[in-house]
Write a protein that binds this ligand. Structure first.
Ligand code: PRX
Length: 635
């Protein structure tokens, strides 16, 4: 990425200006110079946000795995591509070179083909952070199958919903997973999910914890013997730049998760370009992103972005707390990590522990620190800067979304001066704007409004799987001709952006996007519950935690509230996963509603945030009297 590899602020502005003035020339040059195409494009960009329809590198042909693996074999065959660090520090780390990765991806791809998977088929991957996860993702891409990775912390019900939504033909999982001192029965969860998924024909099972599991005859296969028997070469499928590469689900304001569909060519170009600039990766660096590949951060910045740059990318199976709170820093020292990318929630949790967990280790290899997933508070930023970066490693506060495919607003290390809590400036090619609620763009600085993007970028999601209408309604109707992010943002005097949080019914808990609707649906399934409303409130470590207001049916009244609370959380765990459990549950006799019957979450949010004395005008409510009562009952 020499041509657009930004090294100082002046270069940033030059490159940015070009990217806005001549976007097609800009992306066309990057795409041509840095990637292998089997056939060039006829047109760089075609777009219409009213439909919405966006096409990048129209007519071009490629295979992303050739760009991520094969082309490095001439120069980097023996370089480590993926460095696997197991959950247990006593188990040896496993480096996988580019040559080995090629072989393993080809073998896996051949197994997929042998089991009837072909171009366009959907394959669900429900795996822990073991090499098979990255390899299966790449194997799908090798043959043009569309991968749908589901984070292995989701419940059987949540898994089944996602499998059915995309009509996945195959499931790839493992016998179980390690998580700190615990093991999790993943195959049991898959078996339960598949009871309601008739679309899945085969299940491939990786062996990880050697547990004794049920294998359904004719459906379930151990992976290893199939891999051992598979051919070590697999011709990459020729894909159109606009062919879907993967589906990844994200929460929305209604119950059904949204299967965001990402394209092949544009996604590759943007994830690779941003990786190079944001982490300033150099040839012998070791890069570590602590995310799970079950989220977009893992897709773009553990797998595709780093590998397209021929980087060494670390995959960590474990958790920051096992065997103790020093685990992250022990890994940094052990592998001499140069770029470290994590979430504010992890930083806050680590900052609460004794500094001796950090001081024991040599962190001098670090050059760039990153954060993603939620706003980082000032205190956490300083702790990260002082104790981990020793004030020597710039912090890149990267703002982006599952939908955007890659980082959109972020400092470029050593070029953009950082300010705590500011994601700073848009990356080249990204044209953000702030809108007021009336739909007018806010010119001038400072400004505070709803964050939109007014021009397409290569890695934007193209649609929601099976529901283009919802894609349009969710992202392109609130503001004419603009992509609406769902976030609020502030732009300061100098043009720096600071993300102020979601303005819709999505709550970010420990960096995970959670829609209130599916959680309420789960609560309402409890036989004693009549109605519920979930809001967020600030939490020291999680950023936000969940507060549920629950109205009981007559039959539920008189029941022990603590028991009910744990039953409700149990239901949420079963329907969604433990990440969506409520921190507080308040039983109440009513919820504040508008005259049209909508729950006024703004009021509930204020009460949950202990700002109940400052509710503004509530006289338009259908039932203003309920507000005082709710305030009195706060837990
Ligand atoms: O609200 C923003 C927040 O996370 C949302 C996207 O979540 P998800 O699709 O799960 O992707 C997370 C990883 C890319 C955004 O709408 N968010 C993400 N990064 C930041 C952030 N909020 C503030 N600062 C960030 N750096």
């Amino acid at each position: 990425m020499s041509q657009y590899h930004i090294k100082n602020l002046e270069e940033y502005f030059q490159v940015y200006r070009k990217s806005v003035r001549e976007p097609e020339a800009f992306w066309g040059e990057i795409a041509e110079e840095h990637f292998q195409w089997k056939k060039p494009w006829e047109k760089v960009l075609d777009w219409d946000f009213t439909k919405p329809e966006v096409q990048w590198f129209q007519g071009a042909k490629l295979n992303i795995t050739e760009n991520c693996i094969d082309r490095h074999l001439h120069t980097r065959a023996d370089k480590t591509a993926i460095l696997f660090e197991p959950n247990n520090p006593d188990e040896a780390a496993q480096p996988i070179t580019y040559r080995q990765l090629h072989e393993r991806v080809c073998q896996f791809a051949n197994v997929l083909k042998e089991k009837g998977i072909s171009k366009g088929d959907r394959v669900c991957i429900y795996l822990p952070m073991i090499p098979e996860l990255a390899i299966s993702v790449l194997a799908c891409a090798r043959i043009g199958a569309i991968h749908s990775v589901v984070f292995a912390g989701f419940s059987a019900t949540a898994l089944a919903t996602r499998v059915n939504d995309a009509s996945c033909k195959m499931m790839i999982t493992s016998d179980g997973s390690y998580r700190g001192a615990k093991t999790i029965d993943l195959k049991g969860i898959v078996d339960e999910a598949l009871e309601s998924c008739s679309c899945v024909e085969n299940v491939l099972v990786a062996k990880r914890i050697n547990s004794d599991i049920y294998m359904k005859k004719g459906r379930d296969y151990w992976l290893q013997p199939l891999l051992d028997a598979a051919h070590k070469n697999c011709t990459p499928e020729v894909m159109d730049a606009e062919d879907p590469l993967f589906i990844l689900y994200t929460s929305g304001s209604t119950g059904q998760p949204k299967g965001m569909v990402h394209s092949t060519g544009g996604y590759m170009v943007y994830s690779a370009y941003t990786f190079k600039n944001i982490f300033q990766y150099q040839e012998n660096d070791v890069y570590w992103c602590t995310a799970d590949i079950g989220w977009i951060t893992g897709h773009s910045y553990i797998v595709y972005g780093p590998l397209a740059n021929g980087a060494t990318t670390v995959m960590f199976e474990g958790v920051p707390t096992y065997p103790d709170w020093g685990r992250f820093w022990q890994i940094v020292e052990k592998h001499k990590i140069n770029q470290f990318y994590t979430a504010p929630t992890a930083i806050r949790a680590l900052a609460k522990e004794n500094l001796s967990h950090v001081e024991k280790y040599d962190l001098s290899s670090l050059k760039v620190l990153g954060t993603v997933g939620e706003p980082i508070n000032e205190e956490a930023w300083h702790w990260y800067n002082d104790n981990i970066g020793k004030k020597n490693s710039p912090i890149v506060d990267t703002w982006w979304q599952t939908e955007t495919g890659g980082i959109m607003i972020s400092p470029i290390p050593f070029a953009t001066p950082t300010i705590p809590t500011f994601a700073t400036l848009p990356l080249p090619g990204i044209q953000p704007c702030l809108m007021n609620e009336q739909g007018t763009e806010l010119d001038g600085n400072p400004a505070h409004g709803r964050l939109c993007i007014k021009f397409p970028w290569p890695s934007m999601a193209r649609t929601i799987w099976g529901n283009h209408r919802r894609y349009k309604d969710t992202y392109f109707t609130a503001f004419e001709n603009k992509y609406f992010t769902g976030d609020g943002a502030l732009r300061d005097q100098t043009g720096y952006y600071r993300i102020t949080g979601r303005v819709d019914d999505v709550i970010i808990v420990s960096g995970h996007n959670l829609g209130t609707a599916p959680i309420e649906d789960a609560i309402n399934e409890h036989p004693a519950v009549a109605e519920s409303a979930v809001v967020g409130f600030p939490h020291d470590i999680k950023g936000n935690a969940l507060y549920g207001y629950v109205i009981l049916k007559e039959t539920g009244e008189g029941r022990d509230h603590d028991n009910l609370r744990s039953e409700i959380n149990q239901l949420i765990t079963e329907r969604i996963g433990p990440i969506a459990k409520l921190n507080k549950i308040q039983f109440t006799s009513g919820l504040p509603k508008t005259r049209s019957g909508k729950i006024m979450r703004r009021i509930l949010r204020k009460i949950a945030c202990d700002e109940g004395d400052n509710l503004g005008d509530i006289s338009t409510l259908l039932n203003p009297e309920i507000v005082e009562q709710i305030k009195k009952e706060v837990v």
